[in-house]
Ligand binder design. Sequence first.
Ligand code: GTP
Length: 352
Amino acid sequence: MLRGHGCRSSDATMRPMPSRLQQRASKRFRREGFEIIIVDTSGRHKQETALFEEMEQLDRALEPDHIIFVMDGSIGQAAFDQARAFRQRVRVGSVILTKMDGHARGGGALSAVAATRSPIIFLGTGEHLDDLEEFQVQSFVGRLLGLGDVRGLVSTIAEANLENPDEEQMSRISQGILTLRDMQMQYTNVLRLGPLSKVASMMPGMAEMLPKGSEKEAQTRVRNMLVILDSMNREELDETSSVRWDDSRKRRIARGSGRSIQEVDEVLTQYKLISKAWSRMGKNMKHLLQTAHGGVGHAGGLNSVPNVGSMEQHMQRMMDPRMLQQFGGGPGALQRMMQQLMSGRATITPRR
Ligand SMILES: Nc1nc2c(ncn2[C@@H]2O[C@H](COP(=O)(O)OP(=O)(O)OP(=O)(O)O)[C@@H](O)[C@H]2O)c(=O)[nH]1
């Protein structure tokens, strides 16, 4: 991997131009039989004219087979102008979106796709190499709309051989009805699966629920919640909504878990918030779970995603209107863009 760090065009008289250096290095690597040569430039944005010129020089000197535009997913709508500026200067072939483990939902991703007319190939969801995930349209759209990524979640659980919901649980959850036992299972799995923020982003309502602060603090808090849940009896866990949550019950649970009544209350508040988020999803959830079980890939097409009308409204709100012009404008533009995004085709080709 080569990097263009610290080599600005203004230094040209002092040092060799980055494009010359890269050209020489690339020739040598080819001679030595390397099949893949990755040239990683330093980060830049469109206001940095000299760096954009340098990028063009590199492009001309190296004639790369493929150019990947790597974008921070949290920059939001500014993504459109940045992505378009790159596309105007070099032949962007695909997009990698990073920092998708944070609060970014990826409205900016739609902008980048529209502006570069290139597909997203990977999402960065953490700081390590194995945090680069292959882009899956359905999971992405689910997260984008705050529906979570049930497909991703189910397959991650299956792969990790964690606690899986049984038939009864599955059918109940798919109708948006959640008990404390389901929440207990979720938290247990979340802890087993690794970084909380990443797994939580797959669950509707969970990302907002997670304690703020460092990963360690968040893990400790989830562990404390699990201790409280472990002190509950069968009725409380399975028939949560019909239980009377009076003070003596809470006191018993607090004593059993060695935590305070206030913390027991916090668990119940979390439960209310999470179960509300799940019940809001209702039918959408059922459909997504079916899709996850059916193992349908991202070629399901527009019809495979429910409630297209409300999705359109959501998406319209998070989009820069200029993006729609990339898809021919007019009333059908958003639909065309969504169809293309969900069609699983390798490239998004705007209608002219
Ligand atoms: N949480 C999270 N952190 C990330 C992600 N991608 C990169 N980072 C972190 O962001 C910081 C910058 O990442 P780099 O890969 O050096 O970014 P860059 O654009 O190549 O930086 P320059 O080339 O130096 O301009 C590092 O601390 C990475 O660990 C991601 O998807 N999620």
